[in-house]
Design a protein around this ligand. Sequence first.
Ligand SMILES: Nc1ncnc2c1ncn2[C@@H]1O[C@H](COP(=O)(O)OP(=O)(O)OP(=O)(O)O)[C@@H](O)[C@H]1O
Ligand SMILES: [Mg+2]
Length: 221
Amino acid sequence: MASGGIPMWKPGNVLHEGAEATVTEGSWLGRKAVLKSRRARSYRHPDLDRRLTRQRLAVEARVLSRLSSIGFPSPRLVFLDQRNSSMLLSRIEGGTLFELLKSGDSSGDELFQLGGLIRRLHEIGISHGDLTTHNVMSTIDGDLHLIDFGLSRQSPELEHMGLDLQVLRECLGASHSEIDGAIDRVCEGYIAAQNSGNDAESAENVVDRFRKIAGRVRYHG
Ligand SMILES: Nc1ncnc2c1ncn2[C@@H]1O[C@H](COP(=O)(O)OP(=O)(O)OP(=O)(O)O)[C@@H](O)[C@H]1O
Ligand SMILES: [Mg+2]
């Protein structure tokens, strides 16, 4: 495993083995942490692959540092090991929103809360790029955290913000179709969280754009 470059890192079990990344739990200076290592993907050309891997790692590291500096609920970047395409992150103790919604233990309020969190992210000037329920974690206190920022953008256009809601809508429709009006709850939370002193695109404009994208996908997709 590519952990040789990180001093004081004591690896434990593998938490996630995906197509892009392996996430391992462990500890760093006695604190709970995870190592996220991006792997080479054999079907891509090696040069392109290296470039994409490096770019996503850099984007994720930059966005996570910015988010933790302003107290946004997301993992803290502890150590960046570019040589091994890895980063050490603070561990979020809890499960994914996907698991929570499947478990039947949902409070019924998470989707509204998630909408508010997405709005906060957009007001900071960041779009996520891959908003699925696997990329939202819920702690035992019921707080939501966003993870997996490798496809995010700084200074996103209206379209990117609308697309965040559209990606989530598709995920909710495909994986959580038993929840009625799921994306509407998200949009309600998104609009309710609008901070009027902000010069970001208004929440209504983003939701309008999302509805247009959803209509485009429905009729032409
Ligand atoms: N900081 C963290 N604390 C706790 N668990 C985490 C953390 N980061 C990631 N995980 C767990 O690992 C999983 C995968 O992480 P992440 O979403 O960042 O990788 P990924 O880019 O989606 O990987 P792939 O595309 O290969 O599936 C998450 O869904 C979550 O269960
Ligand atoms: Mg992910």
